[in-house]
Ligand binder design. Structure first.
Ligand SMILES: Nc1nc2c(ncn2[C@@H]2O[C@H](COP(=O)(O)OP(=O)(O)OP(=O)(O)O)[C@@H](O)[C@H]2O)c(=O)[nH]1
Ligand SMILES: [Mg+2]
Length: 413
């Protein structure tokens, strides 16, 4: 498949949450009023969304990074930070998403509107106003914003041609696709030059994309398997629209009308409903015959006369055909982000605690602050981190890491 981008890698990163704020009300008669630091805003998540107007993964080839907006920080006076907007990344219908490293399939985005949460945004941190309690009258710490999730994904697209180019051998099918897309099929002045389908993506000025398939020439008897008949017709079968190219300058004198009759007969005897497929019939190699009586659009891929008209007509047929594709119910898939705590042992004998909730518990603005540290310890105990560490076999004096935070495991005083 020459030059057709049907797989790519993308990097998605959810926006970071904004930090919570440490602030105190200013009151006339009190040195330090109550805490009124606002919460940080949540970041924006990244969704992959199947869209019928995107035909290829071309857009990701040179620009593989997609990042969600960060939430803004909270501020005094209980002002919360603004949340980052979610980002919708459009992919073609039929895109398969895999984990980049393990190649494990994660989701199929089959139909227009299918949505998958690709990178979860970070939550905003709570401001110090949230940590007020009977014991803590003037909490002087706040939560940091959580980092958005980041990952590399692999996208693969099983190709579905929008348009199959059907015609006798040597009528200029490959020349046409090479003149409108980046496909570079072999072109030569003899029949059966093309032995395998070539796909090319046509990008219109308004970014509308369609996939063209240049298939090997069809001859009389193709439906019974002549030439490589069946194999080629299978590709035709999957296309939404047919572009029938008729040679206006046939080497063997078979007139355009005769070509059309044979082609339609072959399509119909292979699968009758192929005759109901929307089709555009175009006279090809028009520059070779200044005088012709062909009634319809004509094109020369060499002079490019007629190329914009043919693409314009195809665009309309493809748009319509995509709309007429029976609507399947779109699915939205939220991926649960693991919140369980788990413990691993590092090479140097220290312990590493992973899990979203545990990381959050230590993501406080100032862990040198005694109140903050106490709060973090309570949260970790509530989350079962202590118990999990003991089960894992931690000894007093061992070093434990939770994210960027490290401490020595000690007996409770
Ligand atoms: N003058 C002129 N020659 C063309 C045009 N389009 C194609 N040709 C020539 O016609 C010959 C056949 O072109 P291809 O594009 O290979 O034809 P094809 O339909 O793909 O042929 P197969 O793959 O064998 O079925 C080549 O020599 C091309 O250079 C055109 O618009 N004008
Ligand atoms: Mg060809």
């Amino acid at each position: 498949m020459s030059n057709f981008v049907d797989e790519c890698n993308i990097n998605v990163k959810g926006g970071d949450g904004g930090a919570g704020c440490v602030a105190f009300r200013r009151e006339a008669h009190v040195a330090k009023g109550g805490p009124d630091g606002g919460d940080g805003g949540d970041g924006g998540s990244i969704w992959l969304v199947a869209d019928r107007n995107v035909a290829s993964l071309l857009a990701f080839r040179d620009h593989p990074h997609r990042k969600g907006d960060n939430g803004s920080h909270g501020s005094g006076g209980n002002r919360h930070g603004a949340r980052g907007r979610d980002l919708e990344v459009k992919v073609p219908e039929g895109t398969v998403v895999l984990d980049h490293a393990s190649r494990e399939p994660l989701v199929d985005l089959l139909h227009h509107g299918d949505r998958w949460l690709a990178a979860q945004a970070g939550e905003g941190g709570r401001g110090n106003a949230r940590f007020l309690s009977n014991k803590r009258r003037a909490p002087s710490f706040a939560e940091q914003g959580e980092h958005g999730e980041e990952r590399w994904l692999r996208l693969e697209l099983k190709l579905m041609a929008d348009v199959a180019i059907v015609g006798f051998p040597n009528v200029g099918k490959s020349t046409f696709i090479s003149s409108v897309s980046a496909a570079k099929p072999k072109i030569a002045n003899y029949p059966f030059t093309t032995l395998e389908p070539n796909l090319g993506v046509v990008r219109m000025d308004d970014k509308f994309e369609m996939v063209l398939a240049d298939i090997p020439g069809l001859i009389e008897g193709a439906a019974e398997g002549k030439g490589l008949g069946h194999q080629f017709l299978r590709h035709v079968e999957r296309a939404r629209v047919l572009l029938v190219l008729l040679d206006l300058a046939p080497w063997d004198g078979v007139t355009p009308q005769e070509q059309l009759d044979v082609l339609l007969a072959e399509l119909g005897s292979y699968r009758p409903d192929l005759l109901d497929r929307p089709r555009l019939v175009v006279g090809s190699r028009a520059d070779l015959v200044p005088e012709h009586d062909f009634d319809g659009l004509v094109v020369s891929s060499v002079t490019r006369a007629g190329v914009p008209q043919v693409l314009g007509a195809l665009t309309e047929l493809v748009r319509e055909a995509r709309l007429n594709t029976p609507e399947e119910e779109a699915v939205t898939i939220h991926r649960p982000v693991g919140s369980e705590v788990s413990i691993g042992r590092l090479d140097d004998g220290s312990w590493n605690v992973v899990g979203r909730a545990a990381l959050r518990a230590v993501a406080l603005s100032d862990l040198t602050n005694e109140e903050a540290l106490e709060f973090a310890q309570q949260r970790l105990t509530q989350l079962g981190v202590d118990a999990a560490l003991r089960r894992a076999g931690v000894q007093f004096g061992d070093t434990v890491h939770i994210g960027d935070f490290s401490f020595d495991y000690e007996e409770d005083e």
